[in-house]
Design a protein around this ligand. Sequence first.
Ligand code: 6R9
Length: 648
Amino acid sequence: MTSATTDSRDTTAPVAYPPGESFAATANADAALYDLAAADRLAFWAEQARRLHWAQPWTRVLDWSAAPVANWFVGGKLNVAYNCVDRHVLDGHGDQIAIHWEGEPGDSRDITYGELRDEVSRAANYLTELGLRAGDRVAIYMPMVPEAIVSMLACARLGLTHSVVFAGFSPTALRQRVDDAGARLVITTDGQWRRGTAAPLKAAVDEALGGVHATVEHVLVVRRTNVDVPWTEGRDLWWHDTVTDASPEHEAQPFDAEHPLFILYTSGTTGKPKGILHTSGGYLTQAAYTHHNVFDHKAGQDVYWCTADIGWVTGHSYIVYGPLANRATQVVYEGTPNAPDEHRHFQIIEKYGVSIYYTAPTLVRTFMKWGRQIPDAHDLSSLRLLGSVGEPINPEAWRWYREVIGGNRTPIVDTWWQTETGAIMISPLPGVTATKPGAATAALPGISAKVVDDDGTELDRGAAGLLVLDQPWPSMLRGIWGDPQRFRETYWDRFAGDGWYFAGDGAKLDDDGDLWVLGRVDDVMNVSGHRISTAEVESALVGHSAVAEAAVVGASDATTGQAIVAFVILTAGAANTGDALVAELKSAVSQEISPIARPREIHIVPELPKTRSGKIMRRLLRDVAEGRELGDTSTLVDPRVFEAIARG
Ligand code: 6R9
């Protein structure tokens, strides 16, 4: 093997790993899928949609006449929750375990498909009793407890549109999302476990809603940590007093293929998060198709584990909808990888015999930092496939992942996709594709991607450009909630003449024609696989009375991929207390957005480098943030330093 490299953009030294013969012999995918999709793309997707149970068949696969809003499986009707739960029970798999749930403090619960159906039905009955009707929005602000998944499925069953808000988000961020979606109900827990301590969560909901709220009628609370909770009589309801007592009999009604399934907020280039809207039939089709082929998932045999949180799209598509539609048996883990110690993930893999493990590069790099003696202390031989998502995986981490976790035998699928795409778009097919450290390799059968320059001209191999999707796909976003204009501007105006979707990522094809995703080309940072906009952090900083102006950049970081580095100018009269002020500003950002948005560094500077038109020169700041130790910030304000950097 060639020497490992830490540069994810080094496309010169990769070694390809052809599929193993025995893996290929039983693989779900085969090379013919590419030919089938190329011969008739829509017929191919129609075939994939037949994985699902449709109460009424569609009359047309795709109507693209209202582009960029797609209409897939026109006239078809289905119930998403029925597809994820009931039909497996009716097919005789009610006793199969759907979820091996592992709580952070060490408690655990196995939930069969039969039990899941009963719980989802109880929740659906109670939400109906509360007066919720198809089309209403429900905010779900919960840690990784089974009731979070039950809540999502109960919404899907009733045609309620859920908006899951990551439980690490602040009350301000929750409020923004609840308001934007006009939610009638918030489902939460009393508290959440984080490395052995119970942190309050219901209290954050109260803070977010503040007294009487325009649209929220009720807050439904699951007891998890037993912390004391503030309580508003009449508005607040305990899950165990209501849902638990509801009837487990509920008949699911079918909804239109284009019925809104969920809204999920993601960061854009401005301070205001975008509510990405997904619908039912096309979304579930592509989630199920990709989960089957990309993870080579075999129902009744595999034990699957996706380590994401349901607060992100990966949790939606690859914990809830894709795996459950495919009758997976999966691990759902509540806590962090180092609770109570760094062995936790490997103990879980061993305990349940996990065979498919899907995680983010940032965690692989963290494992590397902890050292191989930790995974080496465990029997990981049940693993047969590894996945990566969220950010480019650097070849060194890829190789370590394959060798140390995968015992040099497992294929690695590096899956590129976005909240907006709904499901995986670019990935190797295990058993078919020769994988290559750092490369997402190729668009999946049925998906079309190109690497183009600013004018939309397709680039030759070796040249870096912009990633575009030039054909609609079933799980594509159907819009930004309440903002059709922003939807067009953000994704479609850049290549309006061609009708292409602009992903916001840079990419290149290498000499073999394999695709490498190079990271964001806009003002969106990627910290540990989480998208955070520079504008959002800047606005949190200037929200502090001491800050007059702020500029934020993502600087490369060995563990988190990128880290947030901020440069701030203080208001006249603000006392520069140095480290104390920096610490205060960091926690202000954590509180305003989330701890994941906490800057790694904040530099207090007398001025910011600007162009003549007044635009902050972020590129220069990024060079500074990445290129030198900034212990002494006084050098920063010296214009000669900037001149020197600009020349270099
Ligand atoms: C699924 C998810 C999307 C952004 C995307 C890109 C980055 C995700 C990647 C990847 C390189 C991969 N990204 N997967 N970059 N290789 N395999 O992460 O959705 O949170 O919306 O982030 O993440 O920059 O544009 P989301």
